[in-house]
Design a binder for this molecule. Structure first.
Ligand code: OXD
Ligand code: MN
Length: 609
């Protein structure tokens, strides 16, 4: 495609404006075809940035720089006109100041590079729940990842039409090249203090500079599908959430769809692709990271996965933890910051087998492999945030309807985090507002490995949205309360809080997790059908004794069930104190009264227990 194929005057004018500002050597309008992908990947190989993998067809390994290995939350900004609208959990900068600073950085920043224009759709093209974006970038790595992670090409320009809406997303790695200079195998990016991942919520615009990595650079994912989409969802009456979407089929062949929000490193991708341990049940995947949900005319919430691929954390992914993810990345995949084996395959810590011979680590250094699949902290061969990018349609458990433009009707929302104590294996909210309360208190306990003076404290990550909400989190809670008023209890999803991470006094996990989580999913499935399998407790509905299917579970795991399915009164009273003193006050007058009420109700219930 060329610029003359672009009929939308707004898009055309924007491309011309950015071209003038960034002064690239060439302009390329992306069509998302295999030929384009192959050509750009070859360019990455030629400049030393990508290594083709002999053992994985059409797959490539990239190594970034140590300063550019993850989302940088400290350099991520919500530039709303008023600081209050960004709220207490976001970094705010005045948008006028920020635009001045970033315009200076963007001036001439694409010299020596090609400026790529990526027309992309979040969600199936043409779905009433989907939205369109145009990303401008100077990174071939970004284009190739976007081709896997989103739907790219002319069909998107056609869907936008001559005057349709799109989210403009501007990205540069921030590393112009001098005449004749090439990257020579060195990952291009800017210094930390010049990295900016900026969202302008009133303008529905994204400007990113200085990082080539993941959510900082693939702007469809966290920047658009969460930060900007939360703003659109608030204004248009729907939900944009950091949630997996799974399809659950029971032995009778009945189907329910469930979404779930979990903070990073709580096994969300594993849950989305779970292989059930109980006979006759089936889990299939619709999405592993983000759900967009709108009400259908029947009053139910319908969800789409706005993405088309997985950008998953590689370390810890094994045949045991997530066979389906490994299968999804068996070919046509991009690996970032994984280790390279002598025979041209990738390797990472927790892959389930030791590597042989020498490995080239994520920093490009050759070192002898260890005789196990773990490494001492700080000496990992793969970076702990190493990733695989894989097309969703290569996942063996992808549901056939994963691209249904109507979306799938959601029966249950799950919330969860790593909670070694207090929070039981599963409990169900009594009603919608109680469920919103549970979402608002999601958190993970800080372990000794993180910040020593906070050990045992809970780091709150409401709705697993802490770094992803594009506006004031207190107003976001209110939006959730408001959504509950748009339909009736029989049609709204039921809300559950799950915890796979309870530990005993000796620090041992009390629940096996992974495939055994299907036992909890089965209980939830039956709850959604109104089955009499629960008891009413001070904290909500919990499984009746014997209601969790334990067929095939070890004797020790069976013996733990009463402890992890009972109410820890003292623990919850401490929890309430922490929420009252440390969590809810942050939101000031933006905290919905309904949530303060829920805290009082919970406290009363516990005191009367
Ligand atoms: C992700 C994250 O990369 O949540 O999906 O950090
Ligand atoms: Mn995520």
């Amino acid at each position: 495609m060329t610029i003359s194929d672009i009929k939308n005057a707004k898009i055309k004018a924007w491309i011309e404006e950015i071209e003038k500002l960034c002064t690239p050597d060439a302009l390329h309008i992306c069509d998302g075809t295999k030929e384009e992908y192959d050509t750009l990947m070859k360019k990455c190989v030629d400049s030393g940035l990508a290594t083709p993998l002999k053992k994985k067809p059409n797959s490539f390994l990239f190594r970034s720089l140590p300063s550019d290995v993850a989302r940088v939350e400290a350099r991520t900004f919500i530039a709303s006109r008023k600081e209050e609208d960004a709220g207490p959990t976001n970094h705010w900068i005045d948008p006028v100041e920020l635009k001045k600073t970033m315009t200076k950085l963007y001036t001439g920043c694409m010299k020596g590079r090609t400026m790529y224009v990526i027309p992309y759709s979040m969600g199936p093209v043409g779905s009433p729940i989907s939205k369109n974006g145009i990303e401008i970038t100077d990174s071939e790595y970004v284009v190739c990842n976007m081709i896997i992670m989103t739907r790219v090409g002319k069909k998107v320009l056609d869907a936008i039409g001559p005057d349709g809406d799109f989210v403009p997303c501007l990205h540069s790695v921030g590393k112009p090249l001098a005449e004749g200079e090439s990257d020579h195998g060195i990952w291009p990016c800017a210094d930390m203090e010049n990295k900016y991942i900026s969202q302008f919520p009133e303008e529905h615009t994204i400007w990113s500079y200085g990082s080539g990595y993941g959510g900082n650079a693939l702007l469809g994912k966290k920047c658009f599908a969460l930060r900007i989409a939360t703003v659109l969802a608030r204004d248009e009456g729907w939900l944009a959430e950091h949630m997996l979407i799974l399809k659950l089929t029971n032995p009778k062949g009945e189907v329910k769809y469930v979404t779930g929000a979990f903070p990073s490193a709580c096994g969300k991708t594993n849950l989305a692709m779970l292989i059930p341990k109980i006979p006759g049940w089936k889990v299939e995947t619709i999405g592993d990271d983000i759900a967009w949900m709108k009400f259908g005319s029947d009053g139910r919430l319908y969800a789409i996965n706005p993405e088309a691929g997985f950008f998953g954390v590689a370390p810890g992914t094994s045949e045991k933890s997530n066979k389906n993810a490994l299968e999804a990345a068996r070919e046509n995949a991009i690996f970032t910051n994984c280790a390279l084996t002598e025979d041209g395959d990738i390797w990472w810590e927790g892959i389930g087998y030791p590597a042989k011979g020498d490995l080239i680590d994520w920093k490009g250094i050759k070192r002898p492999a260890l005789p196990k699949d773990k490494s001492p902290k700080g000496e990992e061969f793969a970076h702990p945030n190493a990733r695989f990018t894989a097309p969703a349609n290569q996942c063996p458990c992808i549901a056939p309807e994963w691209e249904d433009p109507k979306g799938v009707p959601i029966s249950a929302f799950l919330f969860g985090g790593r909670r070694p104590s207090t929070v039981p294996l599963v409990h169900q909210a009594r009603d919608w507002n109680h469920g919103v309360f549970l979402g608002s208190i999601v958190g993970s306990e800080v372990t000794a490995a993180v910040i020593s003076d906070q050990v045992g404290q809970v780091r709150r990550d409401p709705f697993a949205m802490l770094p992803f909400c594009g506006y004031n989190m207190g107003d976001y809670f209110q939006h959730w309360i408001n959504i509950g008023k748009k339909s009736t209890a029989d049609k709204l999803p039921k809300i559950f809080y799950v915890n796979w991470f309870r530990k005993d006094d000796d620090g041992n996990f009390m629940w096996p997790g992974y495939g055994d989580n299907s036992r909890v999913l089965a209980w939830i499935f039956d709850r959604c059908d109104g089955k009499d399998n629960a008891v009413d407790t001070a904290i909500g509905y919990m499984p009746k004794p014997g209601a969790i299917n334990t067929e095939g579970l070890s004797e020790q795991d069976k013996a733990n069930i009463p402890a992890i399915t009972s109410v820890d009164k003292e623990g919850w009273l401490k929890e309430i104190k922490d929420i009252r003193e440390n969590h809810y006050p942050k939101f000031g007058k933006h905290l919905p009264k309904e949530l303060a009420d829920q805290l009082d109700i919970l406290e009363n219930n516990l005191k009367n227990m």
